[in-house]
Design a protein around this ligand. Sequence first.
Ligand code: GDP
Length: 339
Amino acid sequence: MSSINPNFHFRKASEPSVSELMDGVLNQNLTALSKAITLVESGLPHHRRMANELIDGLLPHAGKSHRIGITGVPGVGKSTFIESFGLQLIERGHRVAVLAIDPTSSISHGSILGDKTRMNELAAHPNAFIRPTPSGGNLGGVHRKTRESILLCEAFGFDRIIVETVGVGQSETAVHHMTDVFLLLLLSGAGDELQGIKRGIMEMADLLVIHKADGENRVKAERAMAEVKSAIRLFPTPPSGWLPEVQTLSSIEKIGFDSLFQKLDRFFNHSMNKGFFDFNRKEQSLAWMKDALGDSLFFWLENQSDFHEKWKLQEEKVLLQQKSPFSAVSEILQNYLPQ
Ligand code: GDP
């Protein structure tokens, strides 16, 4: 028997309703926040609809945070830095949420925040919330989940949102597009400061931190700072008009944080006074809307009963070079779109 309303879905008794989740998040219930994030991470169509309703309802309560993007190659000390940085933000009266995008996790099945031993002290703090990278789905899907998680954390009352990513490729751009300030951690070493970091990523950074500037590394870090400073002088001025700043820092010895906090304050003053903060948030919302269109179309297509069959068929033709990807896609779409 075909169902009268194919969109109707019986909620499992254990599944909270949208209004329960909304009340929970607004009443700062951490279990509700986790469940809300699990909901936005879900790929099931009825969860997607609930997530949209939840996000729309919470939107008026979101947005009031500083969104801070942090990147750097594996081993640069991101988790050690975020733990120290996060705890100091809390000391300064803030509430801190840490989210992550790890493009490598779908390949390695690891996760930058999956390892429970990371950021123990911060994770245990009542004013902090740490969420590992969402797993599964395409990269676009992962980005959507993180964007929506940011909004949920803000509605809950976190006023400093840290979005972490591994400095290995595409995801830096995504993080840059969902945050207000972008911080790049670098290592000093053997005159090879820019090693592993693409110029494009350096150009996105508002603050560049030469990390692990302690012990024997201190002098090398100072030298690296001078080199980075002269390298970035050649970069074009970013749309914010903010000229990127460089400094050294040690998370283990906790040296350099005061100066980093001053720079962040200066950055946000600049960004807000020049109107860039609002402009950037609006631009980001419109870019998310475009992404959502692509995402939703793909999602809709994927849920058509014969889509996978048609996709596979065209995939083979593309692999055998019998068809270009464009004509393959157009042939698939012909089945669904009015001519
Ligand atoms: P991630 O992969 O970027 O998250 O890096 P981790 O935070 O896991 O750190 C990688 C290694 O660098 C660990 O052995 C840390 O103890 C070390 N490390 C992190 N921060 C510092 C620092 O400020 N100084 C020194 N000397 N080592 C650090």
